[in-house]
Design a protein around this ligand. Structure first.
Ligand SMILES: [Zn+2]
Length: 147
């Protein structure tokens, strides 16, 4: 409850609420206020590994559901057992699902390795999916983009 109410003893809380400290910066990264949100999901030092792990598990679940919807056959029954393969082709070869594959383009595009690419082999179209799992404060920075 205290964490949910932002009432745990953080440097931000001590500075802004209790007035017992003068510096509210995170002791590890020293770039942002040390809030509960920052400690749990935003600190570039503290949350780096967990953030990547959470992102990859979310993408694996999404990949599992896409494969299931497009009739890809695999042996795992549950998403949490699913380990995505680089290329999955559904029964009949109409849909190809790519995992973490670089996109070759005629111009330089930074970060051109979307998490999932769904290719409709009949129409010759692709849907690129890049997942961002951000904290509430950073949602506005991660708006969907069109290329
Ligand atoms: Zn930090």
């Amino acid at each position: 409850m205290a964490a949910q109410d932002q009432a745990l003893q953080t440097k931000y809380y001590a500075t802004k609420m209790l007035n017992t400290e003068t510096d509210s910066e995170c002791i590890l990264c020293q770039n942002f206020d040390e809030t509960i949100d920052h400690i749990i999901s935003a600190c570039p030092i503290l949350a780096r590994e967990q953030r990547i792990k959470r992102h990859n598990r979310m993408c694996a679940q999404l990949h599992f559901n896409i494969c299931k919807e497009t009739a890809v056959q695999f042996d795992k029954k549950h998403w949490y057992e699913h380990v995505p393969k680089s290329v999955e082709i559904n029964q009949g070869g109409k849909v190809t699902t790519l995992w973490n594959q670089q996109v070759h383009t005629d111009r330089t595009i930074p970060n051109n390795k979307p998490d999932i690419i769904i290719r409709d082999n009949e129409k010759g179209t692709c849907m690129l999916i890049d997942v961002a799992i951000s904290g509430d404060r950073n949602v506005i920075k991660k708006k969907p983009r069109r290329f």
